[in-house]
Design a protein around this ligand. Structure first.
Ligand code: ADP
Length: 251
């Protein structure tokens, strides 16, 4: 897409898999990351609730409200984190049970797009949807596949700073179908590109946290897509936008 007219995209990078011998170190890093992510919201909730209890009578109504809002916001952060960790744990489990059924990806994409538009309201009139007339059938878990499209749309709206539009498209390519979520925002620097699918990796930590991001969204996307026998790749150019491509086997 890109605001500055046609340009050629660099080659799409596949989401890299970690080599086996790195798995133990990654597991330890993961535990350290989870602890680190939990620490700040837990400290804030603890500190502000203690102050509220101790100084309740001395505090003005404005301060009480401010403290309660901080507690609520950080409880929301904890909730999002725990939900994402549970999703990952379910996907990691060797007995992960995918209730696979025939799904028409067109209706899942339409649903994700409609929900997205009603959540964002007027802010998002520039969502372009390009889907084929005929059914695009895959064998899969509709809820999990829906969460993939929701996640990619949300990411574009949150992270693609300066964007003017988002396009979500679907096409068949032989025995696969490809869903592309593309934006014309700030893009992702080449050095960060191979890492965005890692758990807890964020290009801009402050912006992600401030917008309620857990840093786990794209790793969940990857796990879900791979559990369906598919792949997810990213193409991006700093300043011209990003495109996330999900390829799934047709049923
Ligand atoms: P979160 O959204 O919770 O921060 P994700 O795993 O979904 O975590 O994404 C990882 C990082 O990839 C984000 O923090 C952001 O820096 C970057 N990113 C994802 N999508 C885009 C996009 N469309 N444009 C620019 N950066 C993106």
């Amino acid at each position: 897409m890109g605001k500055k007219g046609k340009h050629s995209w660099p080659a799409a990078l596949p989401a890299p898999r970690m080599p086996k011998d790195e798995q133990e170190r990654k597991r330890r890093d993961f535990v350290a990351n989870v602890s680190h992510e939990l620490r700040t919201p837990v400290s804030i909730i603890k500190g502000f609730s203690e102050t509220l209890l101790q100084d309740f009578d001395e505090l003005g109504e404005g301060d009480r409200k401010k403290f309660l809002e901080k507690i609520q916001r950080n409880a929301g952060r904890l909730h999002a984190l725990v939900e994402d960790l549970l999703s990952l744990a379910r996907l990691d489990s060797p007995s992960a049970d995918f209730g696979k059924e025939p799904c028409d990806l067109r209706s899942l994409i339409n649903r994700a797009a409609d929900d997205f538009k009603s959540r964002k309201g007027e802010e998002f009139t520039k969502l372009i949807i390009e889907i084929p007339h005929e059914e695009v059938r895959v064998q899969g878990d509709p809820q999990r596949l829906l969460s993939v499209f929701e996640n990619l749309l949300e990411n574009a709206s949150v992270h693609a700073h300066g964007l003017s539009k988002i396009a979500i498209s679907l096409e068949k390519d032989g025995v696969h179908c490809i869903c592309k979520v593309e934006d014309d925002g700030q893009g992702i620097a080449e050095d960060d590109l191979p890492r965005v699918f890692e758990r807890f990796y964020r290009v801009d930590k402050g912006r992600s946290r401030e917008r309620g991001g857990t840093g786990l969204g794209l790793s969940i996307v990857r796990e879900v897509v791979e559990a369906h026998g598919g792949t997810v790749r990213v193409q991006s150019q700093k300043g011209s936008g990003s495109a996330f491509l999900v390829s799934l086997p047709l049923s």
